[in-house]
Design a protein around this ligand. Sequence first.
Ligand code: B3K
Ligand code: ZN
Length: 883
Amino acid sequence: MRDAQPSTIYLKDYRVPDYLIDKTSLSFHLGERSTEVTSRLTMRRNPAAETASQSLELHGAELELLSLAINGDVLPEGDWEQQGELLCIHRVPEAFELECKTRIYPQKNTSLEGLYKSSGMFCTQCEAEGFRKITYYLDRPDVMSVFDVEIIADADAYPVLLSNGNCTATETLDNGLHRSVWHDPFPKPAYLFALVAGKLSRISDSFTTMSGRDVALHIYVEEKDLDKCDHAMQSLKNAMRWDEEVYGREYDLELFNIVAVDDFNMGAMENKSLNIFNTSCVLAKPETTTDAGFQRVEGVVAHEYFHNWSGNRVTCRDWFQLSLKEGFTVFRDAEFSADMGSPTVKRVEDVTLLRTAQFAEDAGPMAHPVRPDSFIEISNFYTVTVYEKGAEVVRMIHTLLGPEPFRAGSDLYFARHDGQAVTCEDFVKAMEDASGVDLSQFRLWYSQAGTPQLSVQGDYDAQAQRYTLSVTQSCPATPGQAEKAPFHIPLKVALLGEAGQLPLQLKGQPQDTETADNTEMVLDVTEAKQQFVFENVIESPVASLLRGFSAPVKLSMNYQRADLLRIMQSDSDGFCRWDASQQLGLAEIRNALAAQAAGEAAEVAQDYLDACQQLLEDTQLDPAMVALMLQLPSEAYLAELISPVNVHAIHQAREALRKGIATALVEPLQAAYRRCASDEAYRPSAEQIARRSLKNAALSYLMYTSHGPEMAREQFETSRNMTDRSAALNAIVNSDMPYKSDALQRFYQDWQHEPLVINQWFQVQAMCRLPGTLERVVELMSHPAYDAANPNKVRALVGAFCGQNAVNFHSEDGAGYAFLADRVIELNRRNPQIASRLLGPLSKWRKYTPEVQQRMRGQLERILAEPELSSDVYEVVSKSLKD
Ligand code: B3K
Ligand code: ZN
């Protein structure tokens, strides 16, 4: 819980550590009431220390200190003192061994940080600052140490004992105990330490690395889940091979373990050679897991594995540099997933997340740069900005350098910094040194928050055969940053002619005759206002801009409707085709909103309907792209584009349009549905996933017509895979079919023994758009399958309702806001990280109309008035309320 004055930590205050820990030897005695931890730290003064102080300050939280000794001599009480999370030993020698015994209570640890119990097993989560809940330590990422770990526990209750590195000894002891010893040869910061003890089963496989070394691979789960591990194992092997082929990175130990746990605050954790995963990111089988679930397992397994180099071998100097490992690793996992499936679909999905969640964060009270310069609670900075925008920043470096120089930069970065704790600056410098590309101005992406706005105007001079793009950029103020300097924005462009892309010849630049494709180029936008003139342009073109979403910016362009239709129908860039469909959809929404305000019925424009019909009948185009392009912009995205946000008007307008589209296109929708149905055995292949996505998109439209309900019912009753079954259930739950309660009951009965499926059951109900949903959610909180101590359950019910069901969360009586505030207050003590995460939707109160603002604000004030707020919740609430 927070001190009286929660303090802000600043990047500018970074100092190297005064002491180093060469060796860390830990011994755990795991008990049913408490656990005893003995640590022996081989320490010495840091030759680079910036102060002459002879005192040692160690981090520690919620620890019972049993004894403290230096070089074998027990320290008398007056030689040390405790202040908040610091233990200060007044005088220590230049080099010494510190022995420290502590007692901790994992069984009572509900924060799921440090050592805790989940479904009968012991497990750890140390990033960012959880190790200090295990023992006193220099719990900061720039202190790297070689770890030896001894675990002693009851042999029957905890037959499997695991830690990082290699197991060097196992032994049976008296009193039913056993012991196992682990040695990790790679120095690492404490946040990568892990321990697991429990009754676990495993599947095993092996991988031969590019230099011919064999690595044993194990996935540990509860026995009942052994049938759901194959996809994760295959994903792991694919990721290991991909990292060798694409980045030249080889795995470095003989053993790689994954353990799945039920209670976990996030997706997974990259602890050295002992990755700990939320079960939701490991377990998958067709009957229980949707396509999205399969893809998530693949992506997260790869992400954690890739951290072995981008995060573990080269780690962060301090937590302000978090994006150094997260941004780079998200970029790596996105490229991997693109290679394993459909690159365009993956890109569209990632851009969608960025343009809704990240742009919203950038526009809200918690806006921060990719490399923040201050924080109160670091756990609040595992954000879409640090992760997803961070990945976009790495992607822009890739775009500016080109693939080979980027790879050379990555090689140089790993070679130069292997075994070190470094900064984002070190990463950029390596990229610059290897490529010769000047990234000075580009560095602003790390230090300036906010989403740049790019306005482009295209003008064609037929006589001079010249096409001019006039570009202006600006970036709104964000907390603590009123003025922004212009960014270096890579703007990928092509010019579309009647019969395809035109050759590009930029004025003032020699014509590129070497590359095969001179119809696409990256413009360096570096100034507030800039012009790019293309010469020898033989016809009036349509500019295809920001191809592949080459920069995380908001783009506006003076397009004609016909231009957008042309891009949507024929651009070679899949992202631009999809984005044009979204811009046309947005125009429809704006029309519908205007009609609604005037008390008229919304009509869908005929050319938009024609374009949708053409898509549905296009059997050449990837069905997944058809499905994506048929969707109107989501309510969440619309909330970023329309100000102030009127949630109910947006919802109504969008629903009216969906109904209009469905009614006009019943036949092509039915035909697409039939074409995509299949009896094939389930595989999570790109091709099958694409067909299911179009089929289920068609079904959701058809639900507005008389054909839908029967189709949904049949699909629900006959489908054998969870993708189709849950899509049908979702359609049924959002309809007025009397069958709804039977379907929900049947689904529950079929899957009551599968917690991950029950989470889907909670979620589909929490996301129901119909009235009465909040009452249902409250009722479900008392359901025997609900458990407020399990983050997956909280996310499925409370998170989904508040974060993904805008129309109900924003009910006009304010009940949704009060509900969320109650949950945050309840969880504040139990699990501060989860409490703070839930706050997102409330923190964005300034986007709404004045009456709504007042209601939301009132709930934030109620939370702030609570005694003993965690620093996590305090930071988000106080920053949200700040003027
Ligand atoms: N590095 C972890 C996240 C830890 C979050 C701590 N609050 C997972 C990941 O990004 O791979
Ligand atoms: Zn990560």
